[in-house]
Design a protein around this ligand. Structure first.
Ligand code: AMP
Length: 114
């Protein structure tokens, strides 16, 4: 898989506002926030997208769900509610080819998305 900007963030070669980190995952504020809270949760392992996940990644994906939960609590959007989005491929609007979950909250979010 080619390098992405997220690989550089994981290696701390470029700055990011990190809100959570462990051996497997990293969460940081999106540089172009679409809501008062907009955090990206990523695995340190470079998987291109949800479409590229295999059986071997199932535990890691479960862990990421728990990280999302923890970040939402930490940023105090767990009680008001929030949205978790992962964009996949061209039509999904994916611009960084390293799987990531957008965690959006802090305002009422409309549905459906554009
Ligand atoms: P997507 O369009 O779903 O692939 O989302 C990629 C997200 O990464 C976008 O919301 C960008 O604003 C965000 N992004 C790109 N570069 C950075 C960066 N250096 N730090 C934080 N967020 C970034």
């Amino acid at each position: 898989m080619p390098e992405t900007v997220f690989s550089k963030i994981i290696r701390k070669e470029i700055p990011a506002k990190i809100v959570y980190e462990d051996d497997l995952a990293l969460a940081f504020h999106d540089v172009h926030p679409q809501a008062p809270v907009h955090v990206l949760v990523i695995p340190k392992q470079p998987i291109q997208s949800l479409a590229h996940v295999s059986e071997a990644d199932v535990a890691l994906l479960g862990h990421l769900q728990r990280v999302i939960q923890q970040v939402a609590r930490q940023l105090q959007i767990d009680e008001t509610g929030y949205r978790v989005v992962t964009n996949i491929g061209r039509d999904g609007g994916q611009s960084v080819d390293h799987i990531h979950y957008h965690v959006l909250g802090g305002r009422s979010l409309s549905w459906p998305p554009g």
